[in-house]
Design a protein around this ligand. Structure first.
Ligand SMILES: CC(C)(COP(=O)(O)OP(=O)(O)OC[C@H]1O[C@@H](n2cnc3c(N)ncnc32)[C@H](O)[C@@H]1OP(=O)(O)O)[C@@H](O)C(=O)NCCC(=O)NCCS
Length: 278
């Protein structure tokens, strides 16, 4: 692959990529996303017992990342909706290379050689050809501090997961106040499909489509890439319920809006920037 920004190079040097998917899917998966091979030992089939430890690790990671949002996955959800039909891609390390508090969080104090999944992107193939729905993105940066932190882990994980899956259209659903928006926006604008989504656990969730351009994604991982400053023809605050519902009404009336940027403010909810598209 092209030159990588130092933060991403550090992750590839420190961690190994891993994959979980039913082995019947493997021939449809790119096992060397951006030229980085997923080692044979890190390819797991969820029906095999050797995947048990890494799957236990994923559930501990999910509890850390989605527990506070009341969206923790039961084991059967990850099996039925991710590991078996879709793809789970992430980066991990030996337990012995992790700081004590991370080993405690992963319940991995005893075996230095245990492989600990530090991130995951889970995606499920849609019936629509070439399309996947992004089901989960988690990163252990939530518990890795100081020198042990791996800045960029969330961005690198989704970029590589998308490349491994071969997805051309990536759908997803995220909350307006989510801290993950800069990760998703790294790869391109998000075409909004809904702004207010009562079908979801959290009503103030938006759903989106990202048209995947792998060259563009690879370019964002390069040392010279800079995130564009957020600027949009329309803005809304993540906690402005009336503005969210108005945007949803406009989308249902046929207007086409994309989320193009997010602005974190010193105080108060983050500000979202939107532009019309197509
Ligand atoms: C969201 C999450 C995956 C980000 O993982 P991460 O490894 O910290 O992400 P990265 O280091 O790649 O950072 C990505 C960008 O997000 C920003 N970011 C990271 N944590 C953030 C936070 N708490 N608040 C706001 N922005 C944040 C970073 O500044 C970075 O932007 P930059 O490229 O301009 O520097 C992780 O915090 C997580 O697991 N959260 C809980 C689960 C969740 O909400 N998942 C997403 C659901 S769609």
């Amino acid at each position: 692959m092209r030159a990588l920004a130092p933060r991403y190079r550090r992750i590839l040097d420190a961690c190994e990529p891993f994959l979980i998917s039913w082995r019947g899917n493997w021939s449809s998966i790119n096992m060397a996303p951006f030229g980085v091979e997923i080692p044979a030992a890190r390819r797991y089939c969820p029906t095999q017992l050797r995947s048990r430890g890494v799957i236990d690790g994923l559930h501990l990671l999910d509890g850390l990342s989605f527990g506070p949002q009341e969206m923790r996955m039961p084991r059967w959800v990850l099996f039925d909706c991710g590991e078996f039909p879709g793809i789970v891609f992430g980066f991990g390390r030996r337990a012995g290379d992790l700081p004590h508090q991370a080993r405690v969080a992963y319940e991995a104090l005893e075996d230095d050689e245990a492989f600990i999944p530090l991130s995951m992107w889970v995606a499920i193939r849609n019936i629509e050809g070439g399309a996947f729905f992004g089901h989960n993105l988690s990163s252990a940066n939530l518990i890795l501090e100081g020198e042990d932190a791996l800045p960029g882990l969330g961005i690198l994980t989704k970029a590589f997961g998308v490349a491994a899956s071969g997805v051309r259209k990536q759908y997803g659903a995220t909350q307006w106040d989510s801290t993950s928006l800069n990760v998703h926006l790294t790869y391109g604008d998000l075409q909004l499909l809904s702004a207010y989504t009562p079908a979801h656990t959290h009503e103030e969730t938006f759903s989106y489509l990202l048209n995947v351009d792998l060259e563009r994604i690879e370019a964002t991982l390069a040392p010279d890439w800079r995130r564009p400053s957020p600027m949009g023809a329309r803005t809304l605050l993540a906690d402005d319920t009336a503005a969210i519902r108005q945007l949803h009404a406009d989308l249902e009336a046929g207007q086409r809006w994309s989320l193009t940027g997010v602005e974190r403010r010193a105080e108060g909810a983050q500000r979202l920037h939107l532009n019309r598209h197509g």
